[in-house]
Design a protein around this ligand. Structure first.
Ligand code: PXG
Length: 311
């Protein structure tokens, strides 16, 4: 990891250590990754009962930090999980973790679990939530996908029903997405297109989906079963600022197959062109002009917008 050589920290046992091991923040304490442990009775592990966020920092700027923390707070509120600290304190903790690891460019994972309980589901038996922050790197897709575009496939697993586990919630319960990912990987694809229970396009396992048709950028409304992606919103804002019309529209697979362009958005993936879906070529089969323009505008935005920190 990118901790500078000779960085020192106090471990849980109070020993001063010198290591290049990643430091994580667990319930307010900075500990080496190998010492960060939580109970096997934690309901986050036993039941996927908890919430999380994935955030990026670019060159010492944390992108859309407030938006991510608000989404975390809202997910927690809906599952009646009380966050263990204020959003301002969380912000400080995230920045401090980045600094301690001397990371200017990083992927940040923020997790709040229901905490340690007993073997029953009842969340009231969990005394206090566990909160941790991991700052690391993430590489989801090879560089060539960004240059040449990627291929995706529709999978049989449908996106969770909004009336069951609403996909707007970013909870630790990701099995719906993981099952879809497994189905894509079984067919040698790296990402899956997920439909909702009515057969409309919802999103991918870890990314929102967009098309461009007749110069109009379109993405499914989130009520059809998609996360309100922070990158999705950033792209919609960027499009409008660049005078590119952008709409939320109910989309079918037919709309995607016959789009001029298609791309996915996500914190980890950023903006990635899609050139083939279920064996159908999209547009020219190469990343489209609007997609490339949005990729570049998004890149510029991440270099100038965000919460600044210095190492
Ligand atoms: N939809 C889903 C289901 C997601 O999990 C996004 C869209 C994009 O949202 P943001 O706010 O990041 O623009 C996500 C987030 C992975 C992985 O390994 C992906 C996400 C989260 C955690 C892991 O692919 N994507």
């Amino acid at each position: 990891m990118a901790i500078h050589k000779g960085s020192s920290h106090k471990s849980k046992r109070g020993l001063e250590t010198t290591s290049s091991e990643l430091l994580v923040c667990l319930n307010g304490e900075f500990v080496p990754k190998s010492e960060a442990k939580i109970s096997i009775f934690d309901h986050g592990l036993l039941y996927g009962d908890g919430v999380f966020e994935g955030i990026r920092s670019y060159n010492g700027l944390v992108f859309k930090l407030k938006e991510h923390l608000i989404r975390l707070k809202e997910s927690a509120h809906t599952i009646m999980l009380k966050l263990p600290m204020s959003l301002d304190q969380m912000e400080e903790t995230i920045i401090e973790t980045l600094k301690r690891n001397r990371l200017r460019d990083a992927y940040v994972r923020v997790v709040v679990t229901r905490g340690e309980g007993d073997l029953g589901l009842d969340p009231d038996n969990c005394k206090s939530p566990n909160f941790f922050v991991i700052t690391d790197k993430i590489v989801l897709y090879p560089e060539s996908f960004y240059r040449n575009g990627m291929e995706i496939i529709t999978v049989p697993t449908v996106r969770n029903l909004p009336e069951a586990i609403n996909p707007a919630l970013k909870t630790l319960n990701y099995l719906n997405n993981i099952l879809a990912k497994i189905e894509a990987k079984n067919s040698n694809y790296k990402e899956a297109l997920m439909l909702n229970h009515q057969g409309y396009v919802a999103e991918c396992t870890g990314d929102n989906v967009f098309i461009v048709k007749n110069s109009i950028v379109q993405t499914p409304p989130t009520y059809l079963g998609a996360l309100r992606g922070i990158t999705r919103q950033a792209i919609m804002d960027v499009a409008l600022r660049n005078d590119i019309p952008c709409q939320e529209r109910i989309l079918t697979r037919h709309d995607l197959y016959n789009a001029d362009e298609c791309f996915l958005t996500g914190t980890a993936a950023e903006v990635i062109p899609v050139v083939r879906i279920d064996g159908r070529q999209i547009g020219t089969g190469k990343p489209g002009k609007t997609t490339r323009k949005l990729m570049s505008a998004f890149h510029d935005l991440t270099r100038k917008d965000g919460v600044r920190y210095t190492l």
